[in-house]
Ligand binder design. Structure first.
Ligand code: AKG
Ligand code: FE2
Length: 275
């Protein structure tokens, strides 16, 4: 009897390892979706004066804190990061219970009919640190997973994230077998090895879960509804790291600390997984 999957179906796990991504349907309750969406909409100033520290490109807005940090760990956003269904999927994919959560940034794409398709180069958000990471194990379960919650319905040409089905397996092969595997495609920030990609549509409350070797990109929104998304990433901890509790990269304020579940405390590394 194999240890995994425990939470995903066998078919979902197989699909993840062949396509490199999976849409987890209905991971969030409607009330959670609405609170998170309201929180993110409130980050767009009513007078539409966009702060210098926000990213704003081609109709896509990425709010940041004035110090340049893009993580939003406020109580309205925490149910997304300590979500049981996403954690369960991560356990099955990363093959460990000891996992940390990070990112927590947001991306809002407004209707902009001047742009077509991808708004960015196909790229990876996480790359191996060096030749020591170029092994099958790290490139499968070590590099982690990440993706976005849709907080509104995302229909075709509605700003959904673009992915390359099967991309992570092809990227892994290139990294392991080509002499320039680490550096090609501009260090994987501007991928030219693959040219076609597809938009992932979904409903409010879905999570588009991708392997970190998935070439991906934001896309243009031709529809009336904004594309409101939050990004959550998960990475396996070693057993040694699972004994430690150094806390998250960005500290949580008292209200956020009070909104954490026991699972959330471990995912944010405020409590150790072991001991
Ligand atoms: O907003 C999206 O759909 C994807 C954005 C993205 O991949 C990025 O900014 O790194
Ligand atoms: Fe990205």
């Amino acid at each position: 009897m194999p240890a995994y999957p425990r939470y995903l179906t066998k078919a979902q796990l197989e699909q993840f390892w062949s396509d490199g991504y999976l849409v987890l349907k209905g991971t969030l309750d409607q009330e959670v979706v609405e609170k998170a969406r309201e929180f993110l909409l409130d980050l767009i100033p009513r007078d539409l004066v966009i702060p210098d520290h926000y990213h704003a490109n081609h109709g896509r807005f990425k709010p940041h804190h004035p110090d340049g940090n893009g993580s939003f760990f406020e109580p309205a956003m925490l149910p997304l990061m300590q979500n049981e269904a996403l954690y369960g999927a991560a356990v099955d994919i990363l093959e460990t219970e000891y996992i940390r959560v990070w990112d927590g940034s947001a991306g809002i794409t407004l209707r902009n009919r001047a742009m077509e398709g991808r708004l960015q180069n196909l790229h990876l958000d996480a790359v191996p640190g060096g030749p020591e990471d170029l092994n099958e194990g790290f490139l499968r379960t070590g590099i982690g997973i990440g993706g976005c919650y849709y907080l509104n319905k995302v229909e075709g040409e509605g700003g959904g994230i673009h992915v390359v089905p099967g991309g992570p397996n092809r990227v892994r092969d290139i990294m392991l077998n080509e002499p320039d595997g680490l550096t090609r495609n501009n260090g994987w920030g501007h991928i030219t090895d693959f040219s076609s990609s597809m938009e992932v549509t979904g409903d409010a409350g879905d999570f588009v879960l991708m392997h970190h070797l998935m070439p991906h990109s934001a896309s243009a929104n031709h529809n009336a509804a904004p594309r409101i998304a939050q990004f959550t990433r998960l990475q396996a901890l070693t057993d040694d790291d699972a004994r430690l509790a150094p806390g998250p990269d960005r500290p949580l304020d008292p209200a956020a600390l009070g909104a954490l579940t026991p699972l959330g405390r471990k995912l944010f590394r405020l409590a150790p997984w072991i001991g």
